[in-house]
Ligand binder design. Structure first.
Ligand code: CTP
Length: 473
């Protein structure tokens, strides 16, 4: 049996092993920690410990020996116990014959051997265990050839896949998540089983699905997972709005691009530039309004008029359904989806200062993210067009910088306040104040006056006069 004590340099493992020895329990570290050690990835702080016996008793005994005797959180139904401190999160479980389901309401049965426990786990690469007992400290127990699968870069279930996925259908999306994060292949048998059982995803809570989906989105190439979700039919239960973008239609010899595959490319492109989950969501949803707005116009061909607006209006329902946050993160996604074509429209014409000022004013602090999105949106394979679009954005960026330096439009605060208007003309709150403020703002954005107090004050007097107001002081 091969031994890997070098995986267990953290003194916590020796301590757990010693206590398990005193209690005459066999005990192992298993799951993500072992997998990531062999993958030479940074090992996670949450560490799964399995013992042959009561995981809860072992956890209590370990906590007593730890400095400050940390609290043990016990989840009796699952037969698990957790110790958390600043540097790690230890989860203890007794080996079981039943499937390993964290959120199941089914009570756990704690009477399995290590082998029973391993075969009830999700994937062979997650079933690798290293012994913690003194007599075989660091020995690898790998009855399902997880190490070979790590080497072959394959996601495979320990049992036959129908059984493993039926035990916990969340594993179908977990398989895809691991394939995406690690750039592994899913075994053919697994893929077929997932497709065959895809509708069982319906019994899994939206929160758990979305947690996995976000891990896919946070990967380097989310398209791997999104394409697999589509291929296995799971996407139907998660984001049917995306599937509606698939396909190329032809009318009178005119084609439009396949907006599903285009979207996947945009998500990958943006992932090369950002770790911002919400900007990735913007990329995923930026064309979502194209399915409901698609029309064929005999004169201009395919159109998607107002798809940005329609798309941004779809975000709330979609976020709510997926239990994504309905807070400022959602507002950010709505705003950027709604604005997703603005820099493109500007770049297609002669780039005027006024148009750029309006763009910067409307985007505020999100202007940089919006530009990243637009550049990621270029997926044409036509090198001439690609060059042209990129060149256009270079111009827009230069103009943004120039306008920014000169006019300070970002987070623009009008130089004239409502209060000043009221005091100058001795009037109370009224519609005219709004009119004057809007007039000044427009004049600044249009470049008619500089973004300065004196010029804005002059304009206020002029506009006030026009509205029949008199200066009283
Ligand atoms: N597990 C399982 N079936 C599930 C969830 C988890 O069999 N539906 C098992 C796997 O052995 C997994 C371990 O429980 O390795 C811990 O689960 P979790 O912490 O969710 O995953 P990790 O493998 O630690 O990976 P990550 O931290 O990337 O989520």
């Amino acid at each position: 049996m091969k031994s890997y004590p070098q995986a267990l340099t953290n003194p916590i493992f020796k301590l757990i092993g010693q206590i398990a020895d005193e209690k005459q329990l066999s005990c192992y570290v298993i799951g993500g920690f072992v997998r990531d050690f062999f993958l030479k990835r940074p090992t996670p702080n949450d560490i799964d410990i399995v013992c042959i016996g009561s995981g809860i008793d072992l956890a209590k005994a370990v906590a007593e020996k730890l400095p400050g005797s940390p609290k043990v959180s016990i989840f009796k139904n699952f037969g698990t116990a957790m110790i958390k401190n600043a540097s790690f999160e230890l989860e203890f479980v007794g080996a079981r014959k039943e499937s390993y389901q964290r959120n199941s309401r089914k009570p756990a049965v704690e009477d399995g051997t290590l082998d029973d426990d391993q075969k009830r786990r999700d994937f062979t690469i997650n079933a690798l265990a290293l012994s913690l007992n003194f007599k075989n400290f660091g020995c690898l127990l790998d009855p399902f050839d997880g190490l070979i699968d790590l080497d072959k870069q394959i996601i495979r279930t320990p049992l036959n896949p129908e059984e493993t996925y039926s035990d916990d259908p969340l594993r179908m999306i977990r398989a895809i998540r691991f394939a995406t994060q690690l750039n592994f292949k899913i075994s053919d048998l697994s893929l077929a089983a997932i497709k065959q059982q895809s509708d069982r995803l319906k019994i899994i809570s939206k929160e758990r699905i979305t947690e996995e989906l976000n891990k896919i989105m946070m990967s380097e190439r989310p398209s791997i997972g999104l394409a697999l979700l589509h291929k296995t039919d799971l996407l139907r239960f998660i984001l049917p709005e995306l599937i509606a973008l698939e396909g190329v239609e032809e009318v009178e010899g005119q084609l439009h691009k396949d907006n599903f595959w285009h979207t996947l490319e945009v998500v990958d492109n943006i992932s090369a530039h950002t770790d911002n989950l919400w900007l990735k969501w913007v990329a995923l949803l930026h064309d979502i309004g194209k399915a409901p707005t698609k029309r064929f116009d005999k004169k201009i061909g395919w159109t998607f008029h107002g798809h940005e607006y329609v798309g941004s209006k779809m975000v709330y329902k979609l976020f709510k359904r997926l239990r994504l946050p309905l807070n400022d993160k959602m507002k950010y996604v709505q705003k950027l989806v709604a604005m997703s074509s603005r820099p493109i429209v500007i770049s297609e014409e002669f780039v005027t200062d006024a148009a750029v000022r309006r763009l910067v004013f409307d985007a505020g602090d999100d202007i940089d993210d919006l530009m990243i999105l637009c550049e990621a949106d270029i997926t044409t394979k036509n090198t001439y067009k690609q060059k042209k679009y990129r060149g256009n954005f270079v111009k827009v960026r230069a103009k943004i910088q120039e306008v920014e330096e000169r006019d300070r439009i970002r987070n623009f605060q009008p130089p004239i306040s409502g209060e000043l208007i009221m005091n100058t003309f001795s009037i109370g709150p009224s519609k005219k104040i709004g009119l004057i403020k809007e007039f000044i703002k427009d004049a600044i954005l249009e470049g008619k006056i500089p973004n300065q107090y004196e010029a804005a004050f002059e304009l206020m007097l002029e506009k006030g006069n026009e509205l029949g107001l008199n200066v009283t002081q």
